[in-house]
Design a protein around this ligand. Structure first.
Ligand code: IMP
Length: 452
């Protein structure tokens, strides 16, 4: 079974890190193929909590190469601080390999992300403000700086100079606009003299010389990890070893197939593993989707089954639904099977894992959305492609009996209450994919393997 992709089946934060960590035991190598430090995966090992944003979850398996693929966008400062943090905790990070072709998130990307969101105001996407969108935009514009550029000061300087100029202009315009808006809203007193000069001063992070120097030093530190990672994947796959392709974000945040424009700027779906790691479609043998037993979303955008009541609050609190990256409260709601079936097909999932089933204990009855109804009253069995229809779609639910027992100590299917098993069966039958693994708590041992 050489190639296995792990993808988020909802809006992210499904617990892919934990599943990757578990499956990594049987793999030869773990590769991230998209996204950047907008991700947040938490792994609890022997009671010790590890939080990563950029480094693949596989890093804890120090005997296996752990790869940041070419499709990932890398903020070198964040990467180095994650590496330092792991080393301080005694984790051997010598197994990390970074694609020389991965693009770098530069300081101006982060500034532009924030400025762009502020400019959008009420229409903002609720990005993580990590510079993800602007970095992928530069990649498409062919103005990107790649990891390999860190190793050649002359090229680095030339490329930064070319990329920087339009950013400075855009940021200047945005700052003028912002000041105008603030003035119109009466929020700005008459700033004079020094105060205004400080506001108008060029951001030191945007100085070509400083930025180049800083990045050359990042290059020195990262050099031992930089590699031709596609080739590493081929060697592993051709040798019959399993490669795990670890997705970040999730299907409904996919740039092409998600709830655009409320999406991330990469393709988290399984198909993107080929581009983002440099392998072919026939290298992929299995696709494992990860879904929570309910649904959550961070940031703006449509969420048909969202709950703004006590049940939603229960999910938020019991599930500790606060963003790993930004600390924001996640929006919570019932499991949406219309959306899940869409995700199953889009990724052609071969298996599902359902996480956080324990969070649902004490809620009853349990509801799952099985269709939507449009504003005009039409029944929608499939995930609507038209944004206006999705925005106003009302979910219709099937009610299933809940369970009250604490299931966090269950380790086999027969330990689970019959209502919990019926809930899982309903999901698997509806989306027509077997559930292989169920999460019943944050610990890596708190799982129930089903069937196989
Ligand atoms: P960006 O990826 O920072 O540009 O943010 C775009 C959208 O994706 C926002 O709604 C974010 O909240 C969401 N997003 C990005 N990364 C994650 C993640 O790892 N989990 C959940 N939502 C995410």
């Amino acid at each position: 079974m050489p190639g296995i992709v792990i993808v988020g089946a909802q809006w992210g934060d499904e617990g892919k890190g934990k599943i990757t960590d578990l499956l990594a035991e049987r793999a030869g190598m773990i590769v991230r193929f998209q996204g950047g430090n907008n991700a947040g995966h938490t792994i609890v090992r022997d009671g010790e909590e590890f939080k990563f944003h950029l480094i693949p979850s596989g890093i804890l398996h120090s005997d296996k190469p752990c790869v940041i693929g070419n499709g990932v966008v890398v903020d070198p400062r964040i990467l180095l601080s994650e590496l330092d943090g792991l080393r301080r905790r005694g984790v051997d990070t010598g197994n990390l390999r970074i694609s020389a072709n991965a693009h770098l998130i530069m300081p101006y990307h982060v500034l532009l992300d924030t400025a762009g969101e502020m400019k959008l105001g009420k229409l903002s996407i609720g990005t993580t403000r990590r510079g993800i969108g602007p970095c992928y935009a530069d990649k498409a514009l062919r103005l990107g700086i790649r990891v390999q550029d860190l190793l050649d000061e002359k090229i680095l300087r030339t490329k930064i100079r070319a990329a920087l100029e339009p950013k400075q202009q855009a940021l200047r315009e945005l700052s003028v606009q912002r000041r105008k808006l603030r003035k119109e809203a009466g929020e700005e007193g008459d700033k004079e003299g020094l105060e205004q000069a400080i506001e108008d001063a060029p951001d030191p992070r945007l100085d070509l010389h400083t930025m180049t120097e800083e990045h050359v030093s990042y290059g020195h530190r990262l050099e031992p990890h930089i590699a031709d990672t596609a080739r590493l994947c081929w060697e592993m796959l051709d040798g019959g070893q399993t490669v795990l392709f670890e997705g970040a974000q999730a299907t409904l945040l996919d740039l092409d197939h998600g709830t655009y424009p409320f999406v991330t700027s990469s393709n988290p779906i399984a198909g993107a593993a080929c581009v983002g790691a440099g392998v072919g479609p026939t290298d992929i043998d299995e696709v494992w989707g990860v879904a929570k037993a309910y649904a959550t979303r961070v940031g703006a955008g449509p969420f048909p089954t969202e709950l703004e009541d006590a049940v939603g609050r229960h999910m938020l609190e019991r599930g500790h639904e606060y963003g790993t990256t930004t600390g924001r409260e996640r929006r919570c709601g019932w499991m949406d099977l219309v959306a899940l079936r869409y995700a199953v097909r889009l990724n052609r999932m071969s298996a599902l894992t359902i996480t956080k089933l324990d969070v649902l204990s004490g809620i009853g009855p349990l509801k799952v959305a099985v269709r939507y109804r449009s504003r005009e009253g039409a029944i929608l069995d499939t995930f609507p492609y038209h944004q206006s229809i999705l925005h106003s779609a009302a979910p219709e639910y099937e009610e299933l009996p809940g369970f009250d027992a604490d299931i966090s100590d269950c380790r086999s299917e027969s330990d689970l209450p019959p209502q919990a098993r019926a809930y899982l069966d309903f999901i698997a039958n509806f989306v027509d994919v077997p559930i292989r693994l169920v999460g019943v708590g944050p610990g890596r041992e708190q799982v129930v393997w089903l069937k196989d």
